[in-house]
Design a protein around this ligand. Structure first.
Ligand code: NAD
Length: 486
């Protein structure tokens, strides 16, 4: 496909100054705005209204009013709305891809091939799960009924903006809940397009509401809100913990999808010529800004030199550049703060004595503007180093060596996180046995294709609760036992 001009991106500047509440675009309670910066140019590309607790109150009130009616709709009705939303995402995929590229620097080919289609998949899956789901089962004489939990506050990050939105909104409304969405203040444009799309799908007023704004202002007001029944946040551990604290007083359900530092164990019988390049690309795709990125490659010590050579060849072959160019694999890092964090972590790796295999600090040659970072590989990384322990969220891969299988598993589990893990090897029994020993919510064997039905979420500090598939849907349900029913 040829490069598309960013002119094909359309968020009406007036709409950007509004919130979507109770089925219409409305003025914020107080005029305030935040700038959206294109990370490829460092230029302001939009001004978006920034809300307050008063806007959250209005949105929650609308969601509360809509709840009884929406919860009473039939499965077929809700499935029909999801079908329409799914169709509109596909119909508007180019505009959505352009918005994502503009707001967070996604390479346009990647936005078209991954960000948007995967976001659509969450909607399709929510519809399919809904159509198959048994909301009432009988356990002896007791009916166990699953009911929508109520009004849900949904807080999403900037790294996979649309994907994270549909992963929450679709199961929530499928379950019969009504929602207030607060997208990341750093990537609000695709969210505005999504709100218009939901409106155009004809969803009843109040079922879906959107308030833009900062975490401490709008997100915190949602977390503490007495009339929100559940908060689902995807973001950093810091924000996840703050949300849980703010939510505690009202005893609402909190689900958290937080950080990760995922291991990728290469067993001695793995096909290294394939497993290493695929591992590098899995770690670095989306410029390493994926919570589940396998950023710790754990390899047999005697194969270290071979792994380094394969990893360097792969990383050095990655085309970094203008996200609007269809050949670009990695665009810039999504924002200045994240660029600075990544640079600080690369410096930490160097000062702690990890061996730089390729990349390193500073800007990419020939790209003096924009938050471009160099695809970086460190080897001989000690499991205790900061770069092995802290989430970097940039294009940085750490290679760690092991001498025994037990040591490989111990390194993999030596982290406060437990979101995702990979195991590579030809002996499937051994691969499965290693997977069983890893403390993570999702373990991927030999780079399987993405399964949007597979539950996704964290052990340990990677979070609480699950997204995607049946388990993701059930997060939005309460359980009622009607004893003596039969
Ligand atoms: P962030 O924590 O800065 O922001 C995430 C969201 O939380 C934003 O909408 C933000 O406005 C909001 N927020 C911030 N402070 C808040 C507060 N006090 N109260 C309420 N809301 C608040 O995270 P980010 O930088 O946007 O995203 C990157 C992080 O998200 C990484 O740590 C990454 O691992 C994590 N992430 C996790 C998953 C997952 O599924 N586990 C997926 C994607 C990203």
């Amino acid at each position: 496909m040829t490069t598309q001009p960013s002119a094909s991106y359309r968020v009406d500047p007036h709409t950007a100054q509004l919130f979507y509440i109770d089925g219409q675009w409305v003025e914020p309670t107080q005029p305030a705005s935040l700038a959206v910066i294109n990370p490829a140019t460092e230029q302001v590309v939009a001004e978006v209204a920034s809300g307050t607790g008063a806007d959250v109150d209005r949105a929650v009130a609308a969601a509360r009013r809509a709840l009884v009616g929406w919860a009473a709709t039939s499965v077929a009705e809700r499935a029909g709305f999801l079908e329409k939303i799914h169709g509109l995402i596909l119909q508007r995929q180019e505009v959505l891809a352009q918005a994502l590229s503009l707001e967070m620097g996604a390479a346009i080919s990647f936005a078209r091939a991954m960000h948007v289609p995967l976001a659509a998949e969450h909607v399709r899956v929510a519809r399919d799960v809904l159509l198959d789901y048994s909301f009432q089962t009988l356990q002896g004489s007791t009916a166990v009924v699953r009911e929508p939990i109520g009004v849900c506050g949904l807080i999403t990050p900037w790294n996979w903006p649309l994907y994270q939105i549909t992963a929450k909104v679709a199961p929530a409304i499928a379950a019969g809940c009504t929602v207030v969405l607060k997208p990341s203040e750093l990537s609000p444009l695709s969210a505005l397009l999504f709100a218009q799309l939901v409106h155009d799908a004809g969803l009843p007023a109040g079922v879906f509401n959107l308030v833009n704004g900062s975490g401490p202002e709008v997100g915190a007001a949602m977390a503490a809100h007495a009339d929100i029944d559940m908060i689902s946040i995807t973001g950093s551990n810091r924000a996840g913990a703050l949300v849980a604290q703010a939510a505690a007083a009202t005893v609402k359900r909190v689900t958290q999808e937080l950080g990760g530092k995922s291991p990728n164990i290469l067993l001695p019988d793995a096909d290294f010529a394939k497993a290493v390049p695929l591992g590098v690309m899995s770690a670095l795709r989306n410029v390493g800004q994926s919570c589940s990125a396998p950023t710790r490659m754990i390899v047999p010590r005697q194969r270290l030199a071979e792994v380094e050579a394969l990893a360097a060849a792969t990383a050095q072959g990655i085309v970094v550049g203008d996200p609007q160019n269809a050949q670009t694999v990695l665009g810039p890092i999504a924002n200045r703060a994240q660029y600075d964090r990544v640079q600080a972590m690369i410096d930490a790796g160097l000062s702690e004595g990890a061996r730089l295999v390729c990349g390193g600090p500073g800007r990419v040659e020939g790209l003096p503007k924009g938050f471009y970072a160099r695809p970086t590989v460190f080897s001989e990384v000690d499991p205790a180093m900061r770069i092995a322990q802290e989430e970097i969220f940039g294009p940085v891969l750490c290679i760690l060596a092991y001498d025994s299988l037990d040591e490989a598993v111990a390194i993999a589990n030596h982290t406060v996180y437990g979101l995702s893990a990979h195991v590579q090897g030809q002996d499937l029994d051994q691969v499965r046995a290693v997977a069983a020993r890893i403390r993570a919510g999702q373990v991927l064997l030999n780079y399987p294709t993405w399964n949007p039905m597979a539950p996704f979420g964290g052990y340990k500090r990677s979070g609480n609760g699950r997204e995607f598939g049946v388990q993701g849907f059930e997060e939005y349900l309460e359980t009622k036992a009607i004893v003596g029913f039969a």
